[in-house]
Each structure stands twice: as structure tokens, then as C-alpha cells.
Write a new protein. Structure first.
Length: 339
């Protein structure tokens, strides 16, 4: 396969629990290592809002819509992989405590559902508290709210530090570390394909695990853009940084869609351009992948290869892509897919 052929389409993916999902010309392919050691392969097709409605393709707005749809898709894929790999059953067995049994026996399963919803809401509130309220609170304490114009800059830098530290601590967990190994296998498999090499374990193993189109880069772009947007708001409305801190946090939440839209447009731009501006903004995401990706073992690489093959060729394997196949391949422009 020539280098010219590689440019006709792109693939994007996501690491799962004992598996990988890839989006390619044939649809969304999911491959998961089953408890018996075999690899489960499935191919799904989904029509997104941008494929049905013109408004979903409007610049800025399309970024928010794509982000939400990707988030929903990612959660569903993660739950599906947990079910296939047997992880969810193991979790249920480990969490089947006496308290759980007592609640279920006295209040029924509906109470467990209520508790699950409450836990989800609590998780969102904790995320807002850790990544939005805490940096602002700490900057207020350190500066005494004297450096108003620089408040967004210090707040943003502190948020990045907290995020990096959080991801580092999470990566130390055994289960998460294995997911990050699948993340590495996903990147390596895509690089192998983009470098026109045969998709074998040996060829994939030689590739680097840091990919410029990774979702990690998108997160860092959003963090950097949040500093720029917040700084602009303070310069335009100087009193914003001195008002009640809860109101400032509300403003930050309200401008999140704007930041998502800008981040999406930058990632699309970065996919088509290679210049100093793109290199500088993309660099932190590549550095962060030293935490969010790990070197995979051969059995994990096998899953990455299978997922990529299904996304490219369908469930019926094919040795190579013909010229006719290349012509039929859709051009994938949504580059904020998780890599």
C-alpha cells in the first residue's frame, strides 16, 4: 500500500477494558479479549447528527455536538467491553457486600438504582470541585485576590498540574494500567497502518505509542484554550475575577461549550497542517501520553490489530486494499476521536 493510499482515510479508536474499538471505513469495530482467551469481534454502524442535519456541521457547534456524542458512545463501548470481558461480573461479586445485600433485601433493586444515580451525580460534582473550584480557591489563597488580571493564568496552570497529577495517580492502578496498555496498542497499530507496513505483531511492536491525534491532545488543547478564554473575559469584564467565587465558576461552566468548539476546530486544523503553532499546542498532549499509554504485550497488540482490520476491511478479512476499495472509502475528517 502506498503512502498516497494511506491519506484517503483515517482511523480513530479508544482503549477499552480488555479491548479496543476502532472507527474506520467499514464502521465501528470492537474487539475484546474474552475470559477464555479468544478475541470477540463485532462491527457496528451508527448515523451521527452531522450525517443527518446541516446544523450539526456548523463550525464551533459541531465540536460540542461531536464531543457529547463521542462521550455517550465511549461510555457505551466501555460498558460493553466490561460485560464481554467478564469484568462487570467480577466487580459485582467483589462489591456484593453485606450492606448491598441488606439494602436490596429491605428496599428492593430500585434503591440500588437510586444509589447508582446518586454516585454518578456525586462523581460529576467532585470533578467540578477538583478541576474547576479547587484551582480557583487555591489561587485566591496564595495571591489574596490581588493579581486579578493574572488570576486565569495561575488558575489554568494549577488546573493542568492537578490534572497531570490525577492522571499519574490513576495510572498506578492495576486495572487502569492495563487499559493504558491497550491505549498504547491502539496507537501502535494505527501507526503501523499509516506507515504502510503489514499488520503483524512484530511490525506493530516497533512503532511508537505517542500519536498526535490522541484525545489526550484534545484535552490539553481545551485546558490551554480555557486559560486564553478566561483571560479574555477578565480583560473585557475586570470585575468577573473579583465577584463571588461560585459565580465565577458558573461563568467558567457556561463558556465550556465555546472552549469545546474552539478545541475541536483546532484539532481539525492540526490534522491538515504541520507548523510551529500546531507543534507547540500539540506538544503537551504528546508528553501526557507517556502517562496515558503504556507499552503493550503481544496478546494486547493482537487485539489492536484485529480491531483495526475489522474497521478497515470488515468482519471478513482481506489481505490488502484494492484501488476500488480506496475509491469507496469515506474521508474521515472528525479528528477528535479518542486515540
Amino acid at each position: 500500500m502506498s503512502k498516497k493510499q494511506c491519506r484517503y482515510s483515517s482511523v480513530g479508536g479508544q482503549a477499552l477494558i480488555e479491548g479496543i474499538v476502532m472507527k474506520g471505513p467499514k464502521g465501528k469495530a470492537m474487539c475484546v479479549r474474552l475470559p477464555d482467551g479468544t478475541i470477540h469481534r463485532e462491527l457496528n454502524h451508527r448515523t451521527y447528527l452531522k450525517d443527518r442535519f446541516a446544523f450539526a456541521r456548523i463550525p464551533m457547534l459541531r465540536g460540542v455536538i461531536t464531543f457529547v456524542e463521542t462521550l455517550i458512545d465511549s461510555y457505551g463501548d466501555l460498558m460493553r467491553s466490561a460485560e464481554l470481558s467478564g469484568f462487570s461480573e467480577l466487580e459485582e461479586q467483589e462489591s456484593d457486600s453485606k450492606l448491598d445485600k441488606w439494602i436490596s433485601a429491605h428496599f428492593g433493586k430500585w434503591m440500588m438504582t437510586v444509589i447508582s444515580v446518586f454516585s454518578a451525580v456525586l462523581s460529576v460534582l467532585l470533578s467540578v470541585g477538583i478541576f474547576i473550584w479547587l484551582p480557583s480557591f487555591l489561587v485566591d489563597i496564595v495571591t489574596g485576590n490581588n493579581l486579578v488580571k493574572l488570576h486565569p493564568l495561575f488558575e489554568g496552570i494549577l488546573r493542568i498540574i492537578i490534572f497531570v497529577l490525577y492522571m499519574f495517580l490513576v495510572s498506578m492502578q492495576k486495572d487502569i494500567k492495563r487499559v493504558f496498555m491497550y491505549h498504547g496498542a491502539e496507537h501502535k497499530s494505527i501507526f503501523c497502518y499509516e506507515n504502510n507496513l503489514e499488520l503483524t505483531v512484530e511490525n506493530v511492536r516497533k512503532q511508537i505509542r505517542f500519536h498526535p491525534r490522541c484525545g489526550t491532545s484534545f484535552i490539553f488543547v481545551m485546558l490551554i484554550l480555557s486559560i486564553a478564554v478566561s483571560s479574555c473575559l477578565v480583560l473585557i469584564f475586570p470585575t468577573l475575577a473579583t465577584v463571588n467565587r461560585l459565580l465565577w465558576i458558573l461563568v467558567k461552566l457556561l463558556v465550556l461549550p465555546v472552549i469545546m468548539g474552539l478545541g475541536y476546530e483546532f484539532i481539525k486544523y492540526a490534522a491538515k497542517h504541520d507548523n510551529l503553532f500546531v507543534t507547540i499546542l500539540a506538544a503537551p498532549g504528546l508528553w501526557m501520553q507517556r502517562i496515558t499509554t503504556k507499552e503493550p504485550t503481544d496478546d494486547i497488540i493482537e487485539v489492536g490489530i484485529e480491531s483495526l482490520k475489522v474497521a478497515l476491511y470488515g468482519l471478513e478479512e482481506k489481505e490488502e486494499i484494492t484501488a476500488d476499495d480506496i475509491e469507496m472509502m469515506p474521508k474521515f475528517e472528525d479528528t477528535n476521536e479518542e486515540h
